[in-house]
Design a protein around this ligand. Structure first.
Ligand SMILES: O=P(O)(O)OC[C@H]1O[C@H](O)[C@H](O)[C@@H](O)[C@@H]1O
Length: 358
């Protein structure tokens, strides 16, 4: 397990690098407390990070996993800047599973005892200026842990250290890297209620099967199950997102027109990303003085080749593991196998009179 801090020579931003012995890694910027890279054992990047991302305060970095706090969304969802200010503030390291020097205000970094995870914990507290726009005193901690094998767990804790209560909304705005958005399915959100950011926050119920994408998409699914599968057919990879304390899930792809309007996003990049965001949006979290809230997400990436039969993401979502194919494919294949068996038996029986015809 290795954890170290380095300054990115291109962006000038400091980042924490987490590595585990099998080769997976993750990077967390102190700016925004933002995970900007998560790689599997083969060194393949699993998160989308725009080639046009801007690394300059107060711009949030486009890609990775921005932290949206204390407000998710823009003007219609609160008085703060879009997605709050946590994603464009400087955080500091407070804990690590490997001894690290202090940073920013040189506060000591305490050690977390862990033999099977590379861990760093960052802290954000409000400045006087922050308290002018959001008059509350809080501690926001984000613990990022990379396990052996490469699962990435992010645990956020918000503590009210003020003398009065406050409310907030929150999201871990995960940009997943995909090979071709038109060949991606999201399972786990079927039949749920959502509100549509592209239709004046109109509330509807998801009708279809899994979600697929052929146009701009921007919805907040409400009170979702705690497992969502994102199946990238072209890459034959499935992301499993498990969450806790974050009841909602935002799904976003800007598509072609909006991509062109974003200065920090390539015109064609919408093809290679999908945001699936574990969030607490519909019902703001309320904290009384001294209270603490915890939200957590765990990301894993597994091979999902149907033909090698390694994983049925539908079964992953439903929590069963003894089937390798979705039901419709299973029944197609079993019907096909039965017919093949019948044909072979017929052929054999016509040559061998000892085999009875049926
Ligand atoms: O451009 P940003 O402020 O980073 O927001 C990017 C997107 O975030 C979320 O997914 C929202 O639902 C979208 O409406 C928004 O466009």
């Amino acid at each position: 397990m290795n954890v170290h801090v380095e300054k990115d020579p291109t962006t000038g931003f400091e980042k924490v690098i987490l590595k585990e012995p099998r080769g997976s890694s993750a990077q967390v910027l102190l700016y925004g407390g933002q995970v900007t890279s998560w790689k599997n054992e083969r060194g393949e990047e699993l998160l989308f990070l725009s080639s046009k991302a801007i690394y300059k305060s107060p711009k949030a970095v486009r890609g990775g996993i921005p932290v949206c706090f204390p407000q998710f969304g823009g003007g219609s969802q609160g008085s703060l800047e879009q997605h709050g200010f946590a994603r464009n503030r400087l955080w500091r390291i407070v804990e690590s599973s490997v001894p690290l020097p202090g940073n920013n205000d040189a506060a000591p970094v305490t050690s977390i005892n862990s033999s099977n995870k590379a861990i760093v914990e960052l802290l954000l507290t409000p400045t006087e200026d922050d308290q002018k726009i959001w008059p509350h005193n809080f501690e926001l901690r984000l613990r990022v842990a990379l396990s052996i094998g490469g699962d990435l767990t992010m645990t956020a804790k918000v503590k009210n250290i003020d003398s009065k209560p406050f409310n907030f909304t929150f999201a871990l705005h995960t940009y997943l890297s995909v090979a071709d958005i038109t060949e991606v399915r999201v399972e786990g959100l079927e039949t749920l209620d959502y509100y549509d950011n592209l239709d004046e926050l109109k509330r509807s119920t998801e009708q279809g099967d899994a979600l697929t994408f052929d146009t701009e998409f921007d919805r907040v699914y409400l009170s979702t199950p705690n497992k969502i599968a994102v199946i990238d057919h072209k890459k034959k990879r499935t992301f499993i997102l498990k969450k806790d304390g974050l009841p909602d899930a935002v799904v976003w792809n800007p598509w072609e027109r909006k991509a062109k309007l974003m200065a920090d996003f390539g015109d064609e990049e919408y093809k290679y990303m999908l945001c699936v965001e574990a969030a607490a949006v519909e019902k703001p979290i309320s904290l009384k003085p001294g209270e603490e809230w915890t939200g957590r997400q765990e990301l894993s990436a597994v091979s999902s080749s149907y033909f090698s039969g390694q994983l049925d993401p539908r079964k992953v979502v439903q929590g069963s593991s003894n089937e390798h194919l979705p039901q419709n494919q299973t029944s197609i294949i079993s019907r096909f196998s039965l017919r093949l068996f019948a044909v072979i038996t017929l052929m054999c029986s016509s040559r061998n009179p000892n085999i009875k015809k049926f």
